[in-house]
Design a protein around this ligand. Structure first.
Ligand code: XIL
Length: 315
């Protein structure tokens, strides 16, 4: 049976994948994507980001986001919205703007409110704030932090809650999967948001890993996050390697996928896992990390790799 069926059989809410609009014309790809026994949840890899949804101030375009949302509905899949506030893929009218605190507050409120409101009733969860921290645990000095200090987080979460009270609101980041300064910063932020009454429901651990380097503290760290009273989701899982792949690296990748999925499987507060696309054919990795790739459980011919059985064995 498929990965979503297996995940649900051990009490998880879903096993899912990211997808993107340009991939949907690939009928062989779609046949796998649309099978809700395999994927019970999808995330748009790009089409709900700020540059895609509000390219100029006050001008919203939801065509591509709607396509993904409608696909989830047709397929009987949960939808994770991604994302409201992020320093990247941010149009220059925002990133290069010189705004007063009042102006940027209303820009965030309007963006998050309109975006989350447009998809009201269609999303299980939203990544409201994406990647707020540097790797040393300091705040990323983007336009949001530089203008509003840490308050931008509260502004965004409040706007999202008002726009869709039923959606689970997440904060999402990478390199918080292992114990360390960045995870500690995120845990401290979640504690302080909760004690201030900010409506945060979950934390997303992206999980863009490297073969042979899955952090040994992953499971205990998932537990630490869950103990704060938030849901934990693995939101963007892939495990890349130096190309070309070999039997050895593909077998290590199988072990690594099994380790990661087992860590989520064994913590009840870890509610679901999302691949950052399921096939090497469409992975973001080769375009971002030079010389690396083969990060997904299906190869570029849409054939299951050893990694697939590693995941299945953990569920
Ligand atoms: C990536 C997409 O997959 C690419 O297509 C795009 O060119 C860049 O962004 N962390 C995130 C995701 O939160 O939004 C990123 O997605 C991958 C890293």
């Amino acid at each position: 049976s498929g990965l979503n069926t297996l995940a649900k059989s051990i009490g998880k809410l879903y096993f899912g994948t990211a997808t993107d609009n340009n991939e949907l014309s690939d009928t062989a790809y779609r046949a796998i994507l649309n099978n809700n026994a395999m994927f019970g949840q999808i995330t748009p890899a790009n089409s709900m980001k700020w540059d895609a949804t509000e390219p100029s101030q006050g001008v919203f375009t939801f065509t591509n986001g709607d396509t993904i949302a409608n696909l989830a509905k047709t397929n009987g899949q949960l939808l994770r919205g991604h994302n409201c506030v992020w320093y990247n893929q941010l149009p220059s009218w925002v990133s290069g703007g010189k705004f007063t605190t009042a102006q940027l507050t209303s820009i965030i409120q309007n963006h998050c409110g309109t975006l989350v409101g447009h998809f009201k009733g269609q999303t299980y969860a939203w990544d409201v704030v994406n990647e707020p921290f540097n790797d040393d645990g300091s705040w990323r000095a983007d336009v949001f932090y530089n203008t509003l200090n840490t308050q931008y987080v509260t502004i965004a979460f409040n706007a999202a809650r008002a726009a869709d009270p039923a959606a689970k609101l997440y904060i999402n980041d990478y390199n918080i999967e292992q114990a360390g300064a960045k995870a500690t910063a995120m845990q401290n932020l979640i504690r302080s948001l909760k004690s201030a009454g900010t409506p945060i429901d979950g934390v997303g651990l992206q999980c863009h890993f490297i073969v042979g380097q899955v952090p040994s503290t992953l499971k205990s760290n998932i537990q630490t996050f869950a103990s704060l009273g938030v849901e934990v989701a693995l939101t963007e899982l892939d495990i890349r390697m130096t190309l070309p792949s070999s039997t050895t690296s593909l077998n290590q990748q199988k072990t690594d996928y099994q380790t990661v999925v087992s860590a989520c499987a064994s913590v009840s507060g870890c509610i679901g896992i999302t691949l950052w696309d399921f096939t090497d054919k469409y992975s973001w990795v080769p375009n971002t990390f030079s010389g690396q790739g083969a990060a997904c459980p299906w190869d570029s011919n849409l054939v299951q790799k050893p990694a697939y059985s590693g995941i299945a064995a953990a569920l």
